[in-house]
Design a protein around this ligand. Structure first.
Ligand code: PEP
Length: 254
């Protein structure tokens, strides 16, 4: 199976013109790939501008967040349904930057359900703030998975992807990326916990992505040695030359 490479543009770029140029640069490379699925998550404001009338099977679009409420009186909010109706297929849910702004596991769980109901595939971000030598962080991950994904309708579990993003590895203040070995270990753990909720078959099929300071130098290690099903890329997804190389690296992995 091919890899999933997710571009999380966050609050970038500042203008529609730049967004179009960035998308164009990525699309040229992404459309030539044979196995890799590129998922571009621009600010929601740009989705309608960037999603072509006839979407391709290699480039997909996603939102970065959606509102948890079903009440339509939510000033400033955007629903999963709107994101789906504009032509997107994916939704990042529970990113650490949203959790830092107060989003709880309970809210993440609501968003996951609304996303699936709307026809979007949620990319659920989990990850510890600190890595401890005793492995206590694994209990934290188990708790996060249980609270965000416990007791969902059975059919929902096949729509889900998990992005393991240790918080200490994300963004400009990161201590650097995790290692492929650690990722492999943690992804196995995530799959095992997920199996407890969804059963072995769905756990084996669950895509587990790595995110946190991914770049051209470390992408192959995570995908090959870490056996990541894909990558969630922040900063480097805004640098076309770098992101294109990450896509090409992913496409070469057997
Ligand atoms: C992210 O925002 O999810 C992320 C992984 O960012 P970065 O690649 O910049 O660390």
């Amino acid at each position: 199976m091919g890899k999933f490479i997710v571009a999380n543009w966050k609050m970038n770029p500042a203008s529609p013109r730049e967004a179009k140029l960035l998308a164009l640069a990525l699309k040229k490379t992404a459309s030539k790939l044979t196995k890799t699925r590129t998922i571009i998550c621009p600010p929601a404001l740009y989705l309608s501008l960037l999603i072509p009338p006839r979407p391709t099977k290699k480039i997909f679009w996603g939102g970065q967040d959606a509102c948890a409420g079903v009440n339509e009186a939510e000033t400033g909010a955007i629903s999963a349904k709107m994101i789906k109706n504009i032509g997107a297929d994916y939704l990042i849910v529970g990113h650490s930057e949203r959790r830092r702004a107060g989003e709880t596991d309970k809210v993440v769980r609501e968003k996951v359900q609304l996303a699936v109901k709307a026809g979007l595939k949620p990319i659920i971000c989990i990850g510890e703030e600190k890595r401890d030598a005793h492995g206590d962080y694994l209990s934290f991950l188990r708790g996060q998975i249980g609270a965000c994904l416990g007791d969902l309708k059975k059919s929902y579990y096949s729509e889900i992807m998990i992005a393991y993003e240790p918080i200490w590895a994300i963004g400009t203040e990161a201590h650097g990326a995790d290692t492929p070995d650690n990722f492999l270990h943690n992804a196995l753990f995530i799959r095992k916990v997920f199996a407890g909720l969804a059963g072995n078959e769905l756990a084996l099929a669950l895509p587990v992505l790595y995110g946190g300071s991914v770049n051209v130098k470390n992408a192959e290690g995570f995908l090959k040695d870490g056996r990541a099903d894909g990558l969630l890329v922040g900063r480097e997804s805004l640098v076309p030359d770098q992101f294109k190389q990450i896509l090409q690296i992913a496409d070469k992995i057997k």
